[in-house]
Structure formats: structure tokens, C-alpha cells
Design a protein around this ligand. Structure first.
Ligand code: 1GP
Length: 248
């Protein structure tokens, strides 16, 4: 069974999945081990691994650590072409469909595809949509593309529908890492109500309440990153997982 099919089958049993985004640049090895174990026991459903720059972190070894210490799926969330590893379970094959930069619509894909095939990695075709979230985000800057205005859910719906019609498997609504404001609930709802592929939401989610409301609005996978880069927040992992799964 493909990893994507197994996620869909898990989604048929629980209302949504909770994923942690991990940037190997931001964790020391020992912290990573402790964090992985905590995620696993808290009820996290999987890891996304990636970062915009990858300056000091070791990408392969972070993935291997997560695979060795947990039974959870590890999916690459590539911030650059260098972030393709044979040790992961799958890779989000991202097209930044909110923008009009051809490099992120087909250019990088052509270079990445043969490497992904060589590593026998499962590619999950993802319509990645940057949503305006306050200040300019790293994702916006690095991708050289404009986000969808946050008060224009109809543009988000049209874009997400196009992703579905193009055969993409998921839509990712992205506020941007560390965003001032998460994706508006109304937009998550409008998109979720209009497409039949799963909606992933991330960026600027800092409370279990927000995570839970994303799911109430229709998100099928909720992602948090920054918040748990601060070790003092690790005790909140269970609350986030519970809120996503409706166990509160
Ligand atoms: C994943 O970029 C997000 O989509 C993660 O955002 O770091 O703000 O949680 P945060």
C-alpha cells in the first residue's frame, strides 16, 4: 500500500491527522531524539521534514533518526532541490500554484523527478498555495511568488479546484512558517467545501484551539513547525494532537 493510501485509510478512521514540520537546521541531535519520542507518544501522525535554507542541519541523518525512533511516516517537504533523501517514506511534490513563477510550476520538478525515481521515493503531487498572512514570509520571498490575498477565498477555491482537475492529490494552504496570522478559517472552509481531495493547512498555528478550528473548517491534515522549536512548549503536544483529532 502506498503511503498516501495509508494516510487516506487513516483519515477514514479519524477526523484529521496532525503532522509536525521539522527543520533539521533548528534541532540538535539529542533534542531531536527526545522530541521524536515525545511526538510519537503524544499521538502525532507523521513528520514533514524540510527547511528553506538547510545551512547546518544534516537532512539525511534527521530523517534516519525519525525513522529509527518512531513508527511514524516521514515525508519530505522540500525547501530546495538538495532536500531529496532515499531514507524518507515519501516526498510532497510541490507546485506553487498560488504563484506564476514557472520554476515552481514545472522547472524544479523536471530536475527533481529523475532523482526521486532513482531513490524510489513516493511522490505526492501537491497543489501548494501561499496565503497572505501579514508580513512577507520566507516561503514567499524564496519562491519569488505572490500569495493569494487572505480576504479572497474565491481565488483560493478556484485555484484549489484547478489543482484537483489537474490531478493533484492534495492541496496545501500555507500561511508561511512563523506567519503572523494563520490561514483564515473561512478560506479553509470555502476550499474544503468545494474540492474532494484532502486539504492540508499550516503556518502560524500556535494554539490547540486554532488547530482544532482548522479541522472544524474542513482541514484533513494540520501542520505545526515553529511552535515546537521551543522546548518549553513540548508539553503541549498532546493538546494539539487531541484538538486535531477531536478528543477534547
Ligand atoms: C507548515 O510552514 C508551516 O506549513 C509551519 O508553520 O512554523 O508557523 O508552524 P509554523
Amino acid at each position: 500500500m502506498s503511503l498516501f493510501s495509508s494516510l487516506l485509510s487513516k483519515l477514514s478512521e479519524q477526523r484529521a491527522l496532525y503532522f509536525i514540520l521539522l527543520d533539521p537546521d533548528r534541532f540538535h541531535d539529542t533534542d531531536l531524539e527526545e522530541f521524536a519520542n515525545k511526538c510519537s507518544s503524544a499521538g502525532v501522525d507523521g513528520f514533514l521534514v524540510g527547511g528553506s535554507l538547510m545551512v547546518s542541519g544534516d537532512f539525511d541523518s534527521a530523517i534516519k533518526t525519525l525513522k529509527n525512533l518512531t513508527h511514524l511516516p516521514v515525508i519530505i517537504f522540500p525547501g530546495a532541490l538538495s532536500q531529496i533523501s532515499p531514507f524518507a517514506d515519501a516526498i510532497l511534490f510541490l507546485s506553487i500554484i498560488s504563484g506564476r513563477n514557472p520554476e515552481h510550476l514545472i522547472g524544479k520538478h523536471v530536475i527533481a523527478a529523475p532523482v526521486i525515481k532513482k531513490h524510489n521515493l513516493e511522490a505526492i503531487s501537491t497543489g501548494y498555495m501561499l496565503i497572505e498572512s501579514g508580513r512577507r514570509t520566507t516561503a514567499e520571498y524564496m519562491s519569488g511568488s505572490a500569495p493569494i490575498p487572505r480576504h479572497k477565498p474565491e481565488i483560493a477555491v478556484a485555484t484549489a479546484l484547478a489543482a484537483e482537475f489537474l490531478g493533484m492529490k492534495v492541496v496545501y494552504l500555507e500561511g508561511g512558517s512563523g506567519a503572523d496570522n494563520p490561514v483564515p478559517f473561512e478560506m479553509v472552509k470555502a476550499v474544503s467545501d468545494n474540492i474532494s481531495i484532502p486539504v492540508i493547512v499550516g503556518g502560524g498555528i500556535r494554539t490547540p484551539e486554532t488547530a482544532g478550528k482548522m479541522v472544524d473548517s474542513g482541514a484533513k491534515i494540520v501542520v505545526t513547525g515553529n511552535y515546537f522549536e521551543d522546548k518549553t512548549n513540548w508539553g503541549k503536544l498532546v493538546e494539539f494532537a487531541d484538538a486535531v483529532k477531536g478528543r477534547v
